[in-house]
Design a protein around this ligand. Structure first.
Ligand code: BES
Ligand code: ZN
Length: 467
């Protein structure tokens, strides 16, 4: 059964009744109430903002930049906590590549003259001497086979640097000289790991001159690059699973995530030790709860390098497994005193990739009404965090964040003293109540219960995060 179908069966079974795609859960015997149900209370009464604060304090003592010892220490701390709570845990390693620029020097020599090029970020270090061939913008499908063994002279523009290098590399080029498509600068360009030919940049004037010279006859160039390349490092995801009892298993999975890496040099108290603290606290309070849905708590590494950990994790899911995931709740920056402005819901917003409501936002917005916040949570459209790869797999996913962001975002001042326990508590209660609404074991039998569904209405907000 597909996850969407399975969930709609669950819904019609009476877990929650969908009205215009919006649903809420009142307490037993109290139809249409927005008060917390006995099931909500099993979770929310146990959530401790003090525990969360202590987690943030432990994690934010030093930066946790991707691939550093700080990240590994943080990941091991998180794993240890999951283990303490009785979860099956895994430290999932993956390779990342950091650009090296150590006394970088670059040279393009033509007819005894040095063009003093800029070395592409991440360019392979090496030396080649070969004939130069102009290949225009190096758009795929337009690069001739005859560039093989030659240095490709490329015009900047229309497609990415990495794509241009790859298009000529695929045809056997041995070096890249790229000229600007406007202005007078030569400072641009980046190569990707594994593109093992030197790549340098020159100005537009220099490039057009070479194009003219080539019309008059062929010539060779020498490119020499040193001090540039990539350093391979290891980053980690931390995964904790709790499977339901065999005879109570719906086969579904619900995921709760955050990222544990910080930006280099930043303690990342709010970004995103705060999200990790909620993941750990929800893992703690749910560890002894009866469930009929697998719970998966994951903290991702290398989010700040471009969602690398969550993309890696998503790539390890079989399609059968991805199909069983009914929701991904991502918490990223959920505890800043200085975020959220005077927006409703204390600044909390749920961002989806497509700007549409989904199961996650429906359940969580309704949970907002029955928990400490006491209000529905609005939703909006934004990527920029680990909900992206799950959305791309067709999994309902949302980012929980306070928006607009605090001024300390991505600075060394993102420290524990800026954390607001109330915001932590409110957000963790919402996600906890929403998740447990899916995971609680009575759900398939709920068609016979007196639980009354109460739909909630919540708004789209065009709220830019401001950084
Ligand atoms: N915690 C932020 C996510 C964020 C930032 C959400 C601003 C909304 C507004 C995250 O850690 C981050 O900084 N993401 C990067 C993008 C990522 C793909 C490297 C960003 O937003 O610059
Ligand atoms: Zn973040």
């Amino acid at each position: 059964m597909s996850k969407k179908k399975a969930l709609s069966v669950l819904l019609t079974a009476g877990l929650v009744l969908s009205v215009n795609g919006v649903y809420a859960q009142g307490p037993e015997g109290a139809p249409n109430s927005n008060a917390a149900s006995a099931f909500d209370n099993k979770i929310i009464k146990k959530i401790s903002a003090d525990n969360m604060y202590n987690t943030i304090d432990s994690l934010s003592k030093e930066p946790r930049a991707a691939g550093t010892d700080g990240e590994l220490k943080g990941a091991q701390y998180i794993k240890g906590q999951f283990e303490k709570y009785g979860y099956e845990t895994e430290l999932q390693p993956f390779k990342i590549y950091d650009v090296i620029r150590n006394n970088v020097s670059g040279l393009v020599e033509i007819g005894g003259q040095n063009l003093n090029p800029y070395v592409f970020s991440g360019s392979y270090s090496g030396e080649v001497t070969a004939e130069v061939m102009h290949v225009g913008k190096a758009i795929s499908g337009t690069v001739p086979d005859s560039v093989k063994g030659k240095i490709a002279l490329i015009e900047r523009g229309d497609i990415t640097f990495v794509e241009k290098i790859q298009n000529v590399l695929n045809k056997g080029a041995v070096g890249v000289i790229m000229y600007n498509n406007s202005g007078s600068s030569n400072a641009f360009g980046q190569a990707s790991y594994g593109q093992n030919i030197p790549a340098v940049a020159i100005t537009r004037v220099q490039g057009l001159e070479l194009v003219e010279q080539l019309k008059a006859g062929s010539f060779t160039a020498k490119i020499k690059v040193s001090g540039s390349g990539f350093l391979e490092k290891t980053s980690y995801n931390v995964i904790a699973k709790m499977k339901p009892h065999k005879n109570k298993d719906t086969g579904q999975i619900v995921m709760i995530g955050a990222h544990h890496d910080s930006v280099p040099g930043g303690p990342g108290a709010n970004d995103d030790a705060s999200g990790v603290s909620a993941v750990l606290e929800l893992a703690r309070v749910m560890s002894n709860m009866p469930i009929d849905t697998e719970l998966r708590f994951v903290t991702f590494g290398s989010e700040e390098k471009g969602l690398l950990g969550s993309y890696h994790y998503a790539s390890t899911l079989s399609s059968e497994e991805a199909d069983r995931i009914v929701g991904h709740f991502q918490m990223d920056m959920i505890g800043s005193k200085d975020a959220g402005g005077d927006n409703k819901a204390n600044g909390l917003i749920m961002y989806t990739i497509d700007g549409k409501k989904n199961t996650v936002t429906d359940l969580a917005s309704a949970a907002g009404l029955r928990t400490a916040l006491g209000e529905v949570v609005p939703y909006g459209q934004l990527g920029r965090s680990d909900h992206q790869p799950f959305h791309e797999l067709g999994i309902p996913a949302a980012l929980f964040i306070h928006s607009p962001l605090e001024p300390w975002y991505h600075t060394p001042a993102d420290t524990i003293d800026k954390i607001d326990k109330n915001k932590l508590q409110e957000t963790a209660e919402i996600v906890g109540a929403a998740v447990y609404q899916i995971a609680r074991p009575d759900t398939p039998a709920l068609e016979h219960s007196r639980v009354a569904p109460k739909p909630v209405d919540y708004d789209f907000e065009n709220r830019p995060p401001g950084a």
